[in-house]
Ligand binder design. Structure first.
Ligand code: GAL
Length: 994
């Protein structure tokens, strides 16, 4: 059987489709059709033609909830989710799709309420169906629609009847529209947002748009009311402002000056309740006064430059997929606010409409993106790309119209985005033209318009730091991506934003602070949006029932893109990653500097003062609190700073003194309780007073003699020159460790546009490390010598078939009862690439040879993991954690848990502290870091999911002289030069105690 013609039709839909309009709350009757529907699934499009037949007996059909994705229901009975990034999961044969086209037939009977208004138009609204659906009411065809994340209303006035009605819907997973919906996410078919029957009284409101503006104290409303003559008079009321405007006819509707009003901003999301009442219908809105404007290369809201500290936000939930849940969404946005996120880009489609009400209320700038991406054509040189093919023009225009019309009332929405990664072409230009005509105020964004032919802001994803600087300056007129010098000059006249940067996949991203520094320095740069907010893991189970968060390939997909969908700042479980803590610290809206005994407090906010904050401080000696207080600071206006004296600090006589200041919420906010820390900084007050004492020189040992190396030095026992016991428990090592379980960024093959020698373009660091055998080092003991109270070994470390080696000298000394180990790490010539780490590994088995290490107390940077290019959230302190708490459960196991600049650590067994390490800085004052894990880097690297890690009988302590940065090379720049770990000689010094 040939597929129905609509499955090869590029038109956005047909039938009784209504013009798009705002998603409004009105008192017109509605009937929710969400709930349980009869459902019949087929893996192909050729189904019996009876879905709409009123007499059909569907009692034998399955039941499926609406809203839901059918692949997330029924335990695989209705197919499974599939993840692809760029590639299409079907042949690229536009506009056709295969006959193997999962299709769901839905039926729902409903009674029209007895008091349903007679004479009203009746609309049937679908808020989201993936991807094409055909609708019948009482056996009569209503229409066909596409646009998965877009609302569609059908006029069913003539078809709906008193009493019982039968609604039938046939949904196809694949359709021509799928070519326009190639976003990097799960393919999740089904009716996944609400279905509602809506009465539209003839004297009611067709549509309402309350455009607002604000200028120096006063606000105004520019209303647009779509209504029949019969609906008038129409009254606008804003009770709090005493506004009541009555218009007798459509022609009378005009701008209303509201006088002094507080503006809306992401920081002070001041909303005013407004109603618009016609004869037959009253709509309730919450409006915010703000003016969006581009002046030169600045994007201004209410006259002030906006800096986006944003996140790309997909709609994703481990069990519901893209089905909206208000509590989850509210918490999502509140979590953003708690982490100093001030903006979202709704990548890459309009979210559930309620989300924007939450953004209005909680305060987030929104770049609202249309549901459009044709990225898969990019794999074929963009041949046949719908963006430049007139046959798809209507579909493109339909998408942007439904995007803008639905969400136009939101003060939070300040930029419209045409879509993502759809190449370029006249259909995109047509979308932009439509927006410019419809909403001249809000700028149009589309990253793929590299040369700036039809968009108002310049936007890029993942540019390097050097390119970002080039964009922010005119100096060199260096060519910009895809631009001639003249096109580049045009782009430099516009505000610039990073629609995506800092790919948050796995451990990382690094260098957030460097992007932020550029944004601070160069006002053309308006910040950006991290890719992305959340991992998209779907909760699933192994064959034996172990739950885990699945990614691409875990559902038997024919083609997929693996764990590339797990690139969020928040894990699928909802746990914020260390990367998000880093982001919070880097973008904090209040910044501190210490200068000559004073603290400079700078307010980096858009417009809010610091009146909502309190400054608290504390002093710690070697990580132990000794004093605290509150700092009296005058209110600091946005863009200003204030200098206050630092209180007289009790400086420790020995050890370190740290002064920590925190800006905390003075009162509860809707997104965090009073006391929530908004910004923080630390001052090394010990070193400020007296320079830290240099580490004592290592003990000079004389009289070395070759020896067997079977001896005891204090708490340490050695056999054959190797440590076997410490404080009576089995401890072996330390052995050189150069490997870390590659992070997603280490595995990234992104060529490094910085021209760095940190990586080889097109080859991932991890590939180079494996090729060199860093994960399979072997050892040869070269010499063992003893002297009174001392042991010295030299070991040559290398890998199979390699000539490059590292010579490791270990010198153990016992003097005045103090056991010290000095490790000299000396690379040979010939190491071709950066190293992931340079450290030594101790093993503490907990089978019959010793008790398990339960946890650690350390004094150093913490509390979370940190790496050389991600250190801003880390603070000097004294911390404790269990071994498991030290690791982050990234979706794909990888390097995790490194704590930097550690001064001392104590490992605890079940009965408390057992063993203690004190670290001495090396000759350049550098302190080591440590990792304590139940698995070796090699074991971690071999596991695809956390549950694949083997059972552990050993705790591994790695003391790192150095770690490579984390960078963003999973999709973006590699580790910044300064934080790349090149092979180099390093010294580790530590004192061990039992
Ligand atoms: C971008 C794209 C995003 C996502 C990201 C990588 O190119 O716009 O949707 O795929 O890369 O995770």
């Amino acid at each position: 059987m040939l597929p129905p013609a609509y499955l090869a039709d590029t038109a956005p839909g047909r039938g009784a489709r209504l013009a798009p309009r705002s998603w409004l709350r009105t008192d017109a009757p509605t009937l929710s059709l969400s709930g349980e529907w009869a459902f019949r699934y087929s893996p192909h499009a050729a189904l019996p033609d009876d879905v709409a037949v009123p007499g059909l007996d569907d009692t034998g059909w399955d039941r499926l909830p609406v809203p839901a994705h059918w692949v997330l229901q029924g335990d695989g009975a209705y197919g499974r989710p599939a993840y692809t990034n760029v590639q299409y999961p079907f042949p690229v044969d536009p506009p056709h799709v295969p006959d193997e086209n999962p299709t769901g037939d839905y039926r729902r009977r409903f009674d029209l309420p007895a008091d349903w208004p007679a004479g009203a138009q009746v609309a049937l609204r679908f808020d989201g169906v993936e991807s094409l659906y055909r609708v019948w009411l009482n056996g009569e065809e209503v229409g066909v629609a596409t646009g998965s994340r877009l609302a569609q209303e059908f006029d069913v006035t003539g078809l709906v009847r008193p009493g019982e009605n039968l609604l039938s819907v046939r949904v196809h997973q694949w359709s021509p529209a799928s070519y326009l919906e190639d976003q990097d996410q799960w393919w999740l078919p089904g009716i996944f947002r609400d279905v509602t029957l809506v009465a539209r009284p003839l004297d009611g409101l067709g549509d309402v748009w309350l455009r607002t503006g604000w200028d120096a104290e006063t606000g105004w409303v520019d209303p647009e009311i779509v209504a029949e003559e019969a609906a008038f008079p129409v009254t606008l009321r804003i009770p709090e402002l005493g506004v009541e405007a009555v218009w007798d006819s459509p022609a009378a509707v005009a701008r209303i000056e509201v006088g002094p009003a507080e503006p809306w901003s992401a920081e002070s999301p001041r909303l005013y309740d407004a109603t618009v009442a016609s004869r037959g219908e009253t709509a309730s809105l919450r409006i915010g006064f703000r003016t969006v404007e581009i002046r030169g290369d600045r994007l201004l809201v209410n006259g002030r430059r906006v800096v986006f500290h944003g996140m790309n936000r997909h709609e994703t939930h481990p069990e519901r997929g893209r089905v909206f849940d208000e509590a989850h969404a509210r918490e999502d946005l509140a979590l953003m606010k708690r982490f100093n996120v001030n903006a979202i880009r709704t990548s890459h489609y309009p979210p559930h409409p309620r989300l924007l009400e939450l953004a209005d209320e909680l305060g987030l700038w929104v770049v609202l993106e249309c549901d459009l991406e044709t990225h898969g054509f990019g794999m074929h040189d963009w041949a046949g790309n719908p963006s430049d093919d007139a046959r798809w023009r209507d579909a493109y225009l339909d998408r942007i119209e439904r995007t803008v019309e639905r969400d136009k009332n939101h003060p939070s929405v300040i930029v419209w985005s045409l879509g993502n990664e759809a190449g370029t072409g006249s259909n995109l230009a047509a979308m932009a033209a439509w927006v410019h005509a419809r909403d001249p105020e809000r700028p149009v964004h589309y990253e793929g318009d590299y040369t700036g032919e039809y968009t108002d802001v310049y936007s890029r994803m993942y540019p390097s730091l050097l390119e970002t600087r080039e964009i922010g300056t005119d100096g060199s007129l260096a060519p910009l991506l895809g631009c001639s010098p003249a096109q580049g000059a045009r782009q430099r006249t516009k505000p610039f934003l990073l629609c995506e940067y800092a790919h948050a996949m796995g451990n990382g991203p690094g260098a957030l602070d460097r992007y932020e520094a550029l944004v601070d320095e160069l006002p053309r740069l308006h910040g950006g949006f991290v890719w992305e907010w959340r991992d998209h893991g779907l909760l699933t189970r192994t064959a034996d029932g172990t739950p885990f968060y699945g990614y691409g390939g875990d559902f038997g997909e024919v083609v997929h893109d693996g764990s590339f969908v797990m690139d969020g700042m928040v894990l699928s479980s909802g746990v914020p990653t260390p990367g998000l803590h880093e982001f919070k610290a880097v973008v904090q809206p209040v910044r501190f500097a210490f200068a000559g005994g004073a603290l400079v407090v700078s307010n980096h906010r858009h417009s809010a003062s610091t009146a909502d904050l309190r400054l608290v401080w504390r002093v710690e000696h070697d990580g132990r609190p000794v004093a605290d207080g509150v700092l009296e600071v005058p209110e600091v206006a946005a863009g200003s700073s204030a200098t206050v004296p630092v209180p007289g600090l009790p400086v420790a006589e020995t050890g370190e003194t740290w002064f920590t200041v925190e800006a905390v919420l003075a009162e509860d906010a809707s997104w965090a309780p009073a006391g929530h820390v908004v910004a923080t900084a630390q001052l090394d007050a010990g070193r400020a007073a007296s320079a830290a004492a240099p580490a004592p020189a290592p003990a000079r040992v004389r009289g070395w003699q070759p020896a067997a190396g079977d001896l005891r030095l204090g708490a340490a026992e050695f056999a054959g020159g190797r440590l076997v016991r410490l404080g009576g428990r089995v401890v072996s090592g330390p052995l050189l460790e150069l490997f870390r379980a590659p992070t997603d960024n280490d595995e990234g093959g992104y060529s490094n546009p910085e021209g760095s020698d940190a990586s080889i373009p097109g080859t991932s660091s991890a590939q180079l490390w494996r090729a060199q055998g860093l994960d399979r080092l072997v050892h040869r003991l070269v010499s063992v010598e003893e002297a009174p109270g001392a042991l010295r070994t030299v070991t040559r470390v290398s890998a199979a078939n390699a000539t490059a080696s590292v010579t490791v000298e270990q010198v153990w000394t016992l003097s005045d009862g103090e056991l010290e180990l000095r490790v000299e790490i000396e690379p040979s010539t010939g190491w071709p690439s950066v190293w992931p780490r340079v450290g030594v590994r101790f093993e503490l088995p907990d089978d019959d040879r010793g008790p398990a290490v339960s946890g650690v107390e350390w004094f150093g940077l913490g509390p979370l993991e940190s790496y050389p290019d991600s250190l801003r959230a880390a603070q000097v302190g004294r911390y404790t954690a269990t071994v498991d708490e030290l690791s982050v459960e990234y979706a794909r196991p990888q390097e995790t848990g490194h704590r930097s600049e550690v001064r001392s650590l104590a490992l605890g067994g079940p009965d408390g502290a057992d063993l203690r390490w004190d670290f001495l800085p090396d000759g350049r004052g550098r302190l080591p870091g440590f990792t304590l894990s139940r698995h070796t880097p090699q074991q971690i690297a071999a596991a695809g999911h956390p549950h694949e890690l083997p059972a552990s009988t050993t705790t591994h302590l790695i003391v790192d002289a150095g770690q490579h940065g984390v960078g963003s090379a999973a999709c973006g720049p590699d580790v910044w030069l300064e934080h790349a770990l090149r092979p180099e000689a390093r010294t580790l010094r530590m004192r061990l105690r039992a």
